[in-house]
Design a protein around this ligand. Structure first.
Ligand SMILES: Cc1ncc(COP(=O)(O)O)c(C=O)c1O
Length: 369
């Protein structure tokens, strides 16, 4: 047996007819740029997310960039980002000319540690960008409280959290703005790059719409310098076919996480992810911790079990952010996580046999066989 880290083909096979029918419609109409499927998907995703407006953009990184810009943040401003996140969270801030300021992780949840947020504030801090990392929604009430207290704009990075919710309120509906990625491996994935900004504010909606389209609220009129960052119509057509299935996909991931947890409990020094309330974690990634991470990963690789590390370096230790001036030791929890985390195979269609095989190989490794 081999267990890939992600298997996109299994899902494609199950929704092939819906996807192909939607793609064919675009091809028949030849409305390739900002076609009506983009508007339809925006409306459908906004309704799903529980926000007034959704604006499709080219990818999740651009979603962050354009959201930061739309919020009026730029050179001289600072935005708080988690030290433990994918680099795109910080890149979006940099593209807008502002400075990303990392905040250490909570070693228990892997998310931004709110207890450390206030220490990172300066008079230049304009926004906080919480990331619902691995699919686990941040505890938003205390974060919104802190943001109100310090007059910060909240821009959610929900790239890994489509459909994650606190009770009935979904990720992406808490912030002034929220950003999604539909990179193919995401819980809601396109068949190429795609992204989206969500907001309840009509002025911000208009600004993001102009920014994604050459700074043009009206054809050939350009009051601001914008970008070419539109959600592709073909990708919108694919996403429309997949959106009705997202809750089922998320539920299947959650069930698999519960099974992993049962099978892996008590093995070696493994620290398993907590399984919080259903829907508050949609398990984009199932991330375990062990001091023997690198050896375990190599062992699993030899046994044809695909794994990845999310992420091998925290934001401040990348060459790209050397100029921020942080040294090793600046964010100890995030640094420790980067040495110990390992993401196991996780996708909605993963079978019990595959889950069992992964768990068995992990048990074998710790038994020293
Ligand atoms: C947390 C996070 N933020 C931002 C992004 C950027 O999205 P994209 O790859 O669509 O640019 C990703 C995904 O890649 C992500 O995981």
């Amino acid at each position: 047996m081999n267990v890939p880290f992600v298997d996109l083909r299994a899902q494609y096979r199950s929704i092939r007819n819906e996807v192909l029918a939607n793609i064919q419609q675009v091809l028949e109409k030849c409305n390739f740029v900002l076609g009506e499927e983009v508007r339809q998907f925006e409306e459908e995703f906004a309704a799903y997310c529980g926000v007034r407006f959704a604006i499709g953009v080219a990818n999740g990184t651009d979603a962050i960039h354009l959201a930061v810009r739309a919020a009026g943040i730029g050179p001289g401003d600072e935005c708080l980002v988690p030290a433990n996140t994918f680099i795109a969270t910080a890149l979006g801030v940099s593209y807008a000319g502002a400075r990303p300021v990392p905040v250490d992780a909570d070693a228990r949840t892997f998310l931004m540690d709110l207890a450390k947020l206030e220490k990172a504030l300066t008079p230049k801090t304009k926004a906080v960008i919480p990331v619902h990392l691995y699919g686990r929604i941040m505890d938003m009430e205390p974060l919104l409280e802190l943001a109100r207290k310090h007059n910060l704009v909240v821009i959610e990075d929900a790239a890994q959290a489509h459909g994650a919710a606190i009770r009935d309120r979904k990720a992406g509906s808490f912030g002034t703005l929220a950003c999604f990625s539909f990179y193919p491996g995401k819980n809601l994935g396109a068949y190429g790059d795609a992204g989206l900004v969500a907001t309840n504010d009509p002025d911000l909606k208009a600004r993001v719409e102009a920014l994604r389209n050459y700074g043009s609220p009206q054809k050939y009129h350009h009051p601001i310098i914008g970008f070419n960052s539109r959600l592709d119509t073909l990708q919108a057509a694919v996403l429309r076919a997949k959106l009705p299935h997202i809750d089922a996909y998320n539920a299947a991931r959650y069930e698999s996480a519960v099974k992993y947890d049962r099978m892996l409990e008590g093995i070696g020094d493994l620290v398993l992810p907590q399984i919080p309330a259903r829907r508050s974690h949609i398990f984009h990634l199932y991330v375990i911790r062990t001091k023997r991470r690198d050896a375990l990963q190599q062992y699993l690789g030899r046994e044809e079990v695909g794994t990845l590390i999310h992420y091998p370096k925290p934001i401040h230790l990348h060459g790209a952010y050397e100029h921020l001036g942080y040294k090793e030791g600046a964010f100890p929890a995030a640094e420790q996580l980067s040495k110990e985390v390992l993401s196991l195979p996780m996708f909605p269609e993963i079978t019990d046999e595959q889950l069992g095989f992964v768990a068995e190989k992990i048990r074998e490794f710790f038994k020293g066989r």
